[in-house]
Design a protein around this ligand. Structure first.
Ligand code: BDR
Ligand code: CA
Length: 313
């Protein structure tokens, strides 16, 4: 008997690895992407994030999935364009992508999240700063009970940050929002840098995606060149497909091992603002709300990703 599809809403700041993740979601028969919401992050202009989300859905042959535009800045109005240099001019590594003729819906991202949670979601997927989720909680305080399952790319628990020595970019771009989300949601699958750093790809894998010959593979290869150069400039062997893990964990959870832990977010530390803190030893005496992705079968992950992308237009 085929399993019913998991109904998901994806909150994103596309972004090269967001593009990788969105396309995986569209290529996954286990998922029904009911909506996409956008937020400023990889580029400080949320309108560009919305433009990219619409264009990527069209590229993936899903010009029917509605997109709602969200927050233009963090809850405290501090704009931190972390990511702008990482993802290049159009946030997609300068790769050419046909614009979609569609526009965002009239509702805000926060309104759309609440609307879809009320209609029934199996998981909220977050690939970006958590501002829209915090704003949605303001609109609907019972939101985390309506849609208790979240798959999040964000944070770094037992490894260094990428935006500061201790903070990962999505959390640093809105630590107050992230703190509210970790306090409210009871079942978070966390794809932090702990897991995303375990899969490294270079030119050979990107060429494999391109050589499939479909437009998704050709686009992913082109879009990732800037990203790969960025990683090389930092002395790394290849790039990390961060956001992809938040989707892969939904469709192939068997590829991961997880550890249950309670997580909170530092908002005031002079050196540590935006750090995700794990209570490994139960000091807080709070129930663990987070399934931290802890280890991954990297070879199987890469096989699965390439196989699924090959099914797209
Ligand atoms: C995260 O930050 C963004 O730059 C990426 O899209 C990803 O969501 C990685 O730290
Ligand atoms: Ca992202």
């Amino acid at each position: 008997m085929p399993q019913p599809k998991q109904r998901i809403l994806i909150d994103t700041d596309p972004g090269i690895d967001d593009a990788m993740a969105l396309l995986l979601a569209l290529a996954s028969p286990e998922l029904e992407v009911v909506a996409v919401t956008t937020v400023a992050g990889n580029n400080p202009d949320v309108r560009l994030m919305t433009h990219n989300a619409l264009a990527l859905l069209a590229l993936g042959g899903r010009d029917d999935i509605p997109v709602a535009q969200g927050a233009a800045h963090s809850l405290t109005n501090r704009r931190l364009p972390v990511g702008a240099d990482v993802h290049g001019a159009n946030a997609l590594g300068g790769a050419v992508i046909a614009p979609s003729p569609r526009r965002a819906v009239a509702e805000s991202a926060a309104e759309f999240i609440v609307q879809h949670a009320r209609a029934g979601l199996d998981a909220l997927v977050t690939l970006a700063p958590l501002t829209n989720l915090a704003l949605a909680l303001d609109l609907c305080p019972e939101l985390a009970q309506l849609a208790p399952r979240m798959s999040m790319m964000g944070g770094a628990l037992a490894v260094p940050g990428n935006a500061t020595p201790t903070a990962e970019a999505n959390i640093l771009n809105d630590p107050e929002a992230a703190r509210r989300v970790f306090a409210a949601w009871p079942a978070i699958t966390m794809a932090g840098l702990d897991i995303t750093r375990q899969v490294v790809i270079g030119d050979a894998y990107l060429q494999r995606l391109r050589d499939v010959g479909n437009r998704a593979g050709v686009f992913l290869h082109a879009s990732s060149q800037h990203y790969l150069n960025f990683y090389h400039s930092k002395g790394e062997a290849g790039l990390h497909m961060h956001d992809v893990h938040a989707i892969m964990a939904l469709v192939r959870p068997d590829l991961y091992t997880v550890q249950q832990v309670c997580v909170d977010v530092e908002t005031t530390g002079e050196l540590t603002r935006g750090q995700t803190v794990a209570d490994w030893r139960g000091h807080w005496q709070r129930a663990p709300q987070t399934s931290m992705l802890f280890a991954v079968d990297a070879a199987a992950f890469l096989e699965e990703y390439a196989k699924r992308i090959a099914t797209l237009p």
